[in-house]
Write a protein that binds this ligand. Sequence first.
Ligand code: ZN
Length: 179
Amino acid sequence: MTFPRTLTRIATAAAATLFLSVLAPAGASADDVSVADLNLRTPFDCGQVWNANTRTNHNPQLSVDFQRDNAQGQNVRSSAAGTVTTVANLGNESYGRYIIVDHGSGVTTLYAHLQTQSVSVGDSVSTGSVIGTVGSTGGSTGPHLHYEQRESGTVVEVVLNGVEIHYYGNTTITSSTGC
Ligand SMILES: [Zn+2]
């Protein structure tokens, strides 16, 4: 009697599918939060225009370098609310003075080559809080902000104001943070 057994298998599979769909609706799993879900904001003063540069030889590869005239000393603002987890200075190497902010759900942002750092580890920040200023510290040849968005520590393609930065090339972006 194979026919009833087959029916049972089909019924079991259908029940399992229904069960899973109730437990984990699409995109709602706790470890499935992406940077796009958090509506991360451009890390600059309202109305400022910046060139977001991406390139294949960047390290890490999906980082963004923000450049403009008179970049030096401009405010760097947190892309979202969160907790400051790193305020470090690597001297003339790598990131130089940098900050990491944890936004929860495994999403963090990193801001590097800073001239100044105005927050401490453990500080709570809001979207648009000033955390430092643009500089050229570390392995940098001119003032710019090196910026990363990470999911569970892995650098991902940057999404700002709900828009994906162009890979690879230049995106002109106007900050609407704190407007
Ligand atoms: Zn960079």
